[in-house]
Design a protein around this ligand. Structure first.
Ligand SMILES: [Zn+2]
Length: 256
């Protein structure tokens, strides 16, 4: 789900000397790009990336996943070993970051230039991300003034393939009384996005956790000047940065 943690663990990446991305790149299909993005995302979530996890993530059957992983291994985009699961190579990560850059730039373009609501940009970007040429990517980036975040608050990897670090604390991790600023919201479920938007839970918004009922119980929040109650599944897809000023009592909106 999170797809954005930068520095990979030492074990999660293998050097593959002799892999020339430019040579292999034309052989990477859109489906392969989706696999590489999924591996990147699961890797960021932590733990070994098994073919089972990949199958669940992509909603594809186990045997098809095994097949595709094998092809990506042959292209030196991934390495599949029995004990480490699916491990991304430098070349594979490079492709995943390029596609993520396309995806997030397209989301900003759709939202800012074409006026798409934030719950509709992801689906369009999922298709278009595979088609964007380097030239069009540069033009969009320039026209938008080199944005660094997508409409959901996810960082846009640089053209050089660097991914800025972000908080991995969630709204559901806050202690009662803590004030935080929403940094990022998962973009994957349009209905959840619409609902979060209607509560004002968008990047840049300050929130305070007022009460948390036991056993996954709902979270009572102050969002700006309004109080809202949300369940644990929603609280888990909102990433926040806790304010340093301890005991801060206001939850006024803050700019990015
Ligand atoms: Zn998206």
């Amino acid at each position: 789900m999170r797809g954005i943690m930068e520095s990979a663990e030492p074990t999660s990446q293998r050097e593959t000397p002799g892999t020339d991305v430019a040579e292999v790149r034309p052989r990477i299909t859109p489906a392969m790009e989706d696999y590489l993005k999924a591996v990147y995302r699961l890797n960021a979530d932590g733990g070994p990336v098994t073919t089972q996890r990949l199958a669940d993530e992509l909603g594809i059957s186990g045997p098809s996943v095994t097949n595709m992983v094998k092809r990506l291994d042959e292209l030196k985009m991934l390495q599949h070993t029995r004990y480490h699961g699916v491990v991304m190579t430098k070349a594979g990560e490079r492709v995943a970051l390029e596609v993520l850059r396309h995806h997030r730039l397209l989301e900003v373009y759709l939202a800012e230039s074409l006026g798409y609501p934030w719950d509709e940009v992801h689906e369009e970007a999922e298709r278009l991300e595979h088609l964007l040429s380097d030239k069009l990517e540069r033009s969009i980036d320039r026209a938008l003034g080199h944005p660094t975040f997508d409409p959901h608050g996810a960082p846009i990897p640089t053209a050089e393939g660097e991914m800025p670090a972000l908080s991995n604390r969630r709204l559901s991790d806050l202690a009662v009384g803590e004030v935080a600023t929403v940094e990022q919201v998962s973009d994957r479920d349009p209905e959840q996005l619409r609902y979060l938007g209607s509560l004002g839970l968008i990047p840049g918004q300050r929130v305070q956790l007022r009460e948390r009922l036991p056993f996954e119980g709902p979270f009572r929040l102050l969002v700006g000047a309004e109080e809202h109650v949300i369940g644990a599944p929603l609280a888990r897809i909102v990433y926040v940065v806790v304010d340093n000023a301890a005991g801060a009592d206001s939850a006024e909106p803050a700019g990015r």
